[in-house]
Design a protein around this ligand. Structure first.
Ligand SMILES: C[S@@+](CC[C@H](N)C(=O)[O-])C[C@H]1O[C@@H](n2cnc3c(N)ncnc32)[C@H](O)[C@@H]1O
Length: 197
């Protein structure tokens, strides 16, 4: 548990997610698998409101300790629950993140579908996981039986659940940064007009 108060090995993923999401003061941010709430804390300084979920009671408590002020001020809601059934309504967030959690999911698509559902049109999603490759196989992937995917598989899944502007890139042979957007209403309209021509 101490590790999740200062998850030194995770700061690259936090930086990548914050760079990708370009959070601003109108954003409603959501984090799936928030652990000790350190990325959440960094994100909350930039946004209007936040929501976070983790299935571990201990992690939810740690996140609440690390984000007490935002919770007391009514800016942040932290829930114990499953990434595959997010407890929020469709279109209720504008930016969503997940760091170092996706590889624990036995089935990859339910969580991605849920993230897509809760994002408002124009919303952004950024996630860091591990790529299925040599380095993962000889280190953590093997050790913890993680569910890992190639960049191509990950991009296909994101596109399949509806994301556009998808970008999947692996750094240092192992850290896989994934990004996608939900089309804005205007983009959907333009697409329909082009298709009708
Ligand atoms: C390796 S930790 C990463 C925590 C944090 N995101 C970070 O990068 O420091 C993975 C987290 O995902 C949570 N988790 C795993 N499976 C989950 C699920 N199905 N639903 C919600 N949370 C889950 C774990 O409880 C844990 O807090």
């Amino acid at each position: 548990m101490k590790n999740y108060n200062r998850p030194h090995g995770h700061y690259w993923s936090f930086k990548t997610i914050l760079q990708d999401l370009r959070l601003h003061e109108d954003d409603i941010y959501c984090e799936v698998g928030c652990g000790g709430g350190i990325l959440l804390n960094m994100a909350m300084s930039k946004v209007k409101k936040g929501k976070a979920i983790d299935h571990s009671k201990d992690m939810v408590e740690l996140t609440m300790q690390n984000n007490r002020r935002d919770i007391e001020e009514g800016k942040l809601e932290v829930i114990q629950g499953n990434a595959e059934q997010l407890p929020w309504s469709a279109g209720s967030v504008t930016a969503c993140a997940s760091a170092n959690m996706f590889f624990f999911l036995k089935q990859p698509k339910p969580m991605l579908r849920e993230v897509f559902r809760i994002l408002a049109p124009g919303g952004r999603f950024s996630m860091v996981t591990m790529k299925n490759g040599f380095w993962a196989k000889i280190t953590f992937g093997w050790l913890y039986a993680l569910k890992l995917y190639t960049d191509k598989e990950m991009a296909s899944m994101l596109i399949e659940v509806g994301f556009s502007n998808v970008k999947v890139e692996t750094k240092a042979g192992i850290m896989q940064a994934c990004y996608g957007e939900k089309k804005s209403d205007k983009e959907v309209q333009n697409q329909e007009v082009s298709a009708a021509k």
